[in-house]
Design a protein around this ligand. Structure first.
Ligand SMILES: [Fe+2]
Ligand SMILES: [Fe+2]
Length: 179
């Protein structure tokens, strides 16, 4: 499911008013290693809150899939946007990026491509490719296996056409696209 503007607006509103609370930190800590947690803590508060919300949804969804590893699903939720530590955006900057992507997709894509090698537009590159960037970061701190490829591919907007979608990836995309 692709995110509608209405969903994005709600996400912005939610980001303004819901706080990353102590119980959220306790929840995250119980699923992440110390190295993962120190990366996670570098995310802005609203991104941490978003990750915890997605992770709790993954936990809920896991009840319907006893064949899947619930812990892995929660970790996917917590870590899926970890690439955003590389370019920290305020909620306002993030909203501007979302607006540019929605109304001027060609312009956005051009700046994102350009931002791969140019510091000035790196914000666009990381915004678009935070999945792959996050997977690389996690690999550097010892995370391995399928978690990496799912995180790298979690954003359906950068997915290749006709890709094969494993169930965990689909669950993550679903949890990530609803509030
Ligand atoms: Fe994401
Ligand atoms: Fe997300």
């Amino acid at each position: 499911m692709l995110a509608s503007p209405w969903y994005r607006f709600r996400q912005f509103y939610f980001g303004m008013f819901s706080r990353y609370a102590k119980k959220d930190a306790v929840f995250a800590r119980s699923y992440l290693t110390i190295e993962e947690m120190s990366l996670f803590n570098q995310l802005p508060g609203f991104e941490k809150k978003h990750a915890v919300v997605v992770a709790r949804k993954m936990l809920e969804a896991s009840y319907g899939h006893p064949e899947l590893d619930a812990r892995k699903l929660v970790r996917l939720g917590l870590l899926h946007d970890i690439g955003k530590v590389l370019e920290k955006n305020s909620l306002i900057t993030k909203s501007n990026l979302v607006i540019i992507r929605y109304f001027f997709p060609k312009f956005y894509n051009r700046l994102a491509d350009f931002g791969k090698d140019h510091r000035r537009f790196r914000r666009f590159y990381i915004h678009k490719h935070h999945g792959e960037a996050g997977a690389r970061l996690l690999e550097q701190i010892g995370v391995s296996g399928e978690v990496l490829s799912i995180i790298a591919r979690h954003d359906p907007r950068v997915a290749p056409l006709g890709e094969e979608v494993p169930i965990e990836l689909q669950m993550l995309r679903d949890a990530d696209s609803t509030l």
